[in-house]
Ligand binder design. Sequence first.
Ligand code: ADP
Ligand code: MG
Length: 348
Amino acid sequence: MIEDKNTSKTQLSDLGEFGLIDHLTKNFKIQQETTVLGIGDDAAVLDFKQKQCVLTTDLLIEGIHFDLSYVPLKHLGYKAVVVNLSDVYAMNAKATQITVSIAVSNRFPLEALEALYSGIETAAKIYGIDLVGGDTTSSTTGLIISITAVGHANQEELVYRSGAKENDLLVVTGDLGAAYLGLQVLEREKEVFKVNPNSQPDLDQYTYIIERQLKPEARKDIPQLLKALEVKPTSMIDISDGLSSEVIHLCTQSNVGANVYEEKLPLDPTVISTCEEFKLNSTTVALNGGEDYELLFTIRQEDFPKIKANPNLTVIGHITDQDSGIGLVTRANEKIRMTAQGWNPIKE
Ligand code: ADP
Ligand code: MG
């Protein structure tokens, strides 16, 4: 099992609240010119001039959203930032600042929070965002993390869930289902470890899918790519809960239907082989897996030539009128109604 190597333990009470905040945040550098003032006063000050401000927040609770028996704290910090930034990019906006609030029990030594913040710091560096504030408090049992991400865009650049129109093409970035399968592998190893703590799992063949689960990336590149290609999506959403659920969100908010083609779903070879091993249907995994943090968007048909050669982008279907419903067209050319909870294949 993956465990934090750090074994030395410093009680949080040794530092006091202000010492702790200072210790955890002292290495963060301000990188954005929109940050007028970061940590240290009663509130941060940001200046977006004529731009529209985008703001999003997430709350993560130990035992509900993460399991520290196989998620290293450093990865948790990184992922907690990334999932928030993904929501900013899904608005076709630039992410610039975050705040991080934590509640911790005395079960956590300083070294655990250092690991968490080193993951947050890595994400801040890679994505070029500033940590500009937060809150620190105690909890009776587990760890709670809440991150708020801030970004901006010109008014005409923002893309909402509600803009999809009939005949638009449905496009997805990257590939689907890997993060879910990574979780299945980690959970299986956790069970093996419970029975035999000396087992040394060989996880090499699962590197890609475990990374997709433990260290997901947000598609910062996509708003930039679309701008360079001169394509403005008509609607966009990030894939956090699984493709089916997100297609349904887009269609519901846009008052349209959609056809998604099973044969077009982008799958990594590791996803296909691991599905075979776990006796899972790869289409079900791609549709309902979740936590891929790819982007799903719609474009007008006439923009297709601009995106078709790009290996990051796959057209998986098109938008129909609302009465046609939201369906998956199978390889056997049957249309099955898509549901958010799960897709039951008629034929295996
Ligand atoms: P207040 O009492 O006004 O809430 P705090 O003492 O909690 O102020 O916070 C002092 C400064 O440290 C503020 O700028 C706040 O945003 C920042 N801060 C507090 N906790 C954290 C944290 N966990 N991560 C990052 N910044 C934090
Ligand atoms: Mg406070």
